[in-house]
Ligand binder design. Sequence first.
Ligand code: NAI
Ligand code: 15L
Length: 268
Amino acid sequence: PAPRTILLTGAAGGLGTLMRSLLPEYGYTLRLFDVRPVEGEPDAITADLGDKEELREAVRGVDAILHLAGISLEAPFEKILRSNIEGTYNLYEAARLEGVPRIVFASSNHAVGFTPAPRAGEPPIPIDTPRRPDTFYGLSKSFGEDLAQLYWDKHGLETVSVRIGSCFPEPTSVRMLSVWMSPADGARLFHAALTAEEVGHTVVYGSSANTRLWWDLTTARALGYDPRDDSEPYAEKLIAEQGELDPENPAHGHLGGHFVNDPPIWPY
Ligand code: NAI
Ligand code: 15L
């Protein structure tokens, strides 16, 4: 049966807020979880991913988990360790102990952020490109993908790891023309990831069908994802304002954009 009650972690965040408005249209009942209160949602669970007891209770009885909670940008290693690495482990353990069959994990393009962006005429980056995190943040997403693989192989807990590009209402940079995922396509992709049969551990890129797309959506489409949007209508204005990307500039020439050097990760 299709999953119906979903635990949404990170419900107070930007993507969580977008998905709170879009996913109910697909028939889901959402249980909300975040360390911050979720505005207008008195029933939301306000707890930290470090709280194992709260997590056990939060995941109990849900059909699947959409795991968006965590630090979403570069931060000192200790903070990434606590929220993204230990926090994601705690969530998987709670899911295993409570028998939750599937997690959709918000991975990130920053797990492969040091991969050179394809130049004109080059093929898109495949999903099995070696991971090249561009930050401690990207490293934590790489960890999350491996954790997901372990829990599939060892415990039969399924995951779709979604290497999200940039999911915001509109693209706001020239790089985002290549990596943008419209919120509506985000909901389509998460719905596909929540409902496709027998996903084991599947890794997909998360973006719209952008004309300038940098990576390959084959594994996402295999879940039933059919993106409808394209960033191209925003191209002319953004390029007029910001100029074309310069592939010789490290912050332009890698999938992860400015994450490769901003904030600087050396020396630490
Ligand atoms: P956000 O920073 O707006 O939201 C993250 C939420 O997680 C926040 O509400 C925060 O309070 C919560 N959180 C952080 N640490 C927590 C903890 N220890 N316990 C409980 N809750 C905690 O980020 P956004 O943009 O909504 O992203 C959501 C997820 O998607 C993140 O995991 C991010 O890494 C991932 N992602 C997002 C992309 C995007 O374009 N928005 C791109 C790639 C990945
Ligand atoms: C991410 O992983 C971040 O969470 C999001 O805020 C954006 O910066 C996005 O990647 C991006 O690469 O644009």
